[in-house]
Design a protein around this ligand. Sequence first.
Ligand code: FAD
Length: 271
Amino acid sequence: MAQLHRPGSLDEAVELLSGLDNAMVYGGGTAIQILIKQGILFADHFVDLATVPGLREVTADDRGVTVGPMVSIRRMETAAPPLAADAYRHVANPRVRNTASVGGNLAHGDYRLDPPTALLVLDAVVLATSAGGTREIPVREFFTDFQETALEPGELVSGVRIPNQDASAGYHFEKNSSLGENDWPCASAAVLLDDRTVHIGLGAVAPVPVYVTADIAGLDDQGAVDAAIAAVEPVLDPIPDVRGGAEYKRRLARVTVEDAVRRAWKDRDHG
Ligand SMILES: Cc1cc2nc3c(=O)[nH]c(=O)nc-3n(C[C@H](O)[C@H](O)[C@H](O)COP(=O)(O)OP(=O)(O)OC[C@H]3O[C@@H](n4cnc5c(N)ncnc54)[C@H](O)[C@@H]3O)c2cc1C
């Protein structure tokens, strides 16, 4: 049976993580518990961040918000910039959102996660800490492959910095699920648009969350939709599963992007 460690500081946590054999971080545990029950996760040691002081802090300045790794997803519904807040609000259900952590959500590395779509658009930065210190990883470089992240062995997510959202830009987060409202998405899209560019973060339609942009200078709303769909088309690479086949998800991705762009366009006009 795996041993649970309760470090008293971040330094102690990273020392345990690098010093113990087959150790992994325990955040909120929502993903870990399911993987254990499914019999597909084997760790000898869990380094629990729940009692480490200072990891649940949210600090805001004129550039944005910096969030500790153990801040709950629920709290991000009000603490994050509006586009990210909407994406966090769409994660699972209140029970999961109250327990799951910001750091665990990113480190989980699942291609269907909702929050990364908005964090990609907003150009957030992941703070990764190991015994050797802390480095910054742009979210746009964080998801490297299917269930893989840029975290090195012995590194943990110690924070996320999310820049302020351009207040004059229109935005919208759109999520479509096939099995139920609180379920994982079949396709999700976070969209931010100004007069020149539409920024799109996509979830569940490729092996990793994806970020693309399209030039929309001088276009009307239909032109912006067409440009956005043309930009996402080459990156669509859905994984067929119980929630839908590849072609269904490909079509749903286009619909999701169209809806998100139209709503962001209206939001900008009325904002
Ligand atoms: C029923 C259900 C439905 C869900 N639906 C959705 C959904 O619709 N959309 C969505 O986005 N997500 C969904 N999720 C996933 C949910 O967002 C993740 O389970 C959750 O975010 C993981 O956070 P956690 O803190 O519980 O991580 P944990 O379960 O503690 O850990 C998950 C992984 O991250 C690692 N880890 C944890 N914290 C850190 C850290 N600080 N640094 C480095 N590694 C760390 C762990 O070692 C583990 O590998 C769903 C989950 C459940 C159980």
